[in-house]
Design a protein around this ligand. Structure first.
Ligand code: FES
Ligand SMILES: [Fe+2]
Length: 391
């Protein structure tokens, strides 16, 4: 069933645009990069919201960002504010952040609550979303509190990550993820503990942020004095089944510390063996979550569009519980946080420059290095397929 695109600009429906998308779907070494309009056009963003953000499972970071009854975090997912919380039974739940009375926003940021209480007229919802209290509504005809619970969305946890589907009838998540959990078996992802979250905005399209994290090509040129010395040439990309791409590469030390601070390395993640004990796996779970599973830490990014040329990013870093329990963990983890901040600052400068170049009226699609940026090519293929299947 074609999806109606609510825009006056029907760029995404033109044959020229569709032809460019078809070139992204050519196999492996023949594929082209996404059309530059995908990084700056409002009509493309509106189509992405319809065809991707409202139609696929979305990775929304580590499930332990809400880890006790009443703990909540709000997320802005492609113009929809969502409340993610743990209910009294420790189940993960997700609700639209909009009151069922007259629509006020219910919660901001993150925190812990016993109930969700609207700041406007104090309608109050239980942690399962049901309406518990609505003052002065006794005389309202046919008003039943059971009819006015919060709008709820399907959520699930896999490998310690949370996933949401922003509609009522999700496809099977395990079929969507394919062999994702199997490929990551060497890393005990489920048990890793989040120790720092950051949120920030970047002046680039959401896809560009995820792309730069997933390619080795820029390391030598964007990070020559911070992290390039750790990374060698990566392995060829893994062949994956499911909506993700992954590439492993060996490292000379840990990719989670700066080149000149390797002496501060924390212990190996328990259970890692052989090649996995000396490298990092870079994985992109389509569309908007990516992470690196290193030898000592896991670092995760989600990118959410704020507009065609601006995105909001959430960063999380995790360690094994044994590492977090070390007496000097805080001091040693600070070196890891510094490495993330340093590389990020360099990436943001590169991304904001790329965004300016993509805005040129003369920008046209390019080609990929099959060894250095296969995850980016696999995403372009997946994205083009989603677009063409649903428009
Ligand atoms: S809008 Fe929430 S109680 Fe009125
Ligand atoms: Fe980078």
């Amino acid at each position: 069933m074609p999806i109606k695109i609510s825009t006056n600009d029907d760029l995404v429906l033109t044959k020229a645009f569709q032809d460019l998308l078809s070139k992204c779907r050519l196999p492996g070494d023949a594929s082209h990069s996404l059309p530059p309009a995908c990084y700056g056009s409002l009509s493309v963003l509106e189509a992405e919201i319809e065809t991707i953000f409202r139609r696929t499972w979305l990775g929304i970071g580590r499930a332990d960002c809400v880890n006790a009854p009443g703990a909540y975090a709000t997320l802005e997912i492609a113009s929809a504010s969502i409340i993610l919380l743990r209910d009294t039974q420790q189940a993960l739940r997700a609700f639209a952040n909009t009151c069922r009375h007259r629509g006020a926003r219910l919660l901001e940021g993150e925190g812990v609550c016993r109930a969700i209480s609207c700041p406007f007229h104090r309608w109050t919802y239980r942690l399962d979303g049901s309406l518990a209290g609505a003052p002065h509504m006794e005389a309202t005809k046919d008003f039943e509190k059971t009819d006015y619970g919060l709008i709820e969305f399907p959520v699930a946890e896999r490998a310690g990550f949370a996933f949401i589907f922003l509609d009522s009838t999700p496809p099977d998540l395990d079929a969507y993820l394919g062999d994702f959990e199997q490929l990551h078996t060497p890393w005990p992802l489920r048990s890793l503990v989040s120790t720092r979250h950051q949120r920030f905005e970047v002046g680039c399209n959401w896809k560009a942020f995820l792309e730069v994290f997933n390619e080795y090509y820029h390391l030598k040129f964007v990070h020559p004095n911070t992290i390039d010395g750790i990374y060698g040439l990566p392995d060829p990309a893994d062949t994956t089944v499911g909506a993700y791409a992954s590439q492993y590469g060996q490292t000379n030390g840990t990719g989670a510390l700066l080149d000149d601070e390797q002496g501060h390395a924390l212990p190996l993640i328990p259970g890692l063996e052989k090649r996995c004990a000396n490298g990092a796996r870079y994985t992109w779970v389509f569309p908007n979550m990516t992470f690196a599973a290193g030898k000592d830490a896991l670092w995760v990014y989600e990118a959410y569009p704020l507009g065609p040329e601006r995105c909001k990013v959430r960063q999380t870093i995790c360690f094994p519980p044994e590492t977090v329990a070390l007496s000097n963990f805080g001091d040693r983890a600070a070196y890891y946080y510094r490495r993330l901040d340093a590389a990020l600052e360099e990436d943001i400068e590169a991304l904001e420059n790329q965004q300016k170049g993509l805005a040129s009226p003369f920008a046209i699609p390019g080609r990929f290095s099959t060894l250095m940026e296969p995850n980016v090519a696999t995403f372009a293929n997946w994205y083009a397929q989603r677009f063409q299947a649903t428009i």
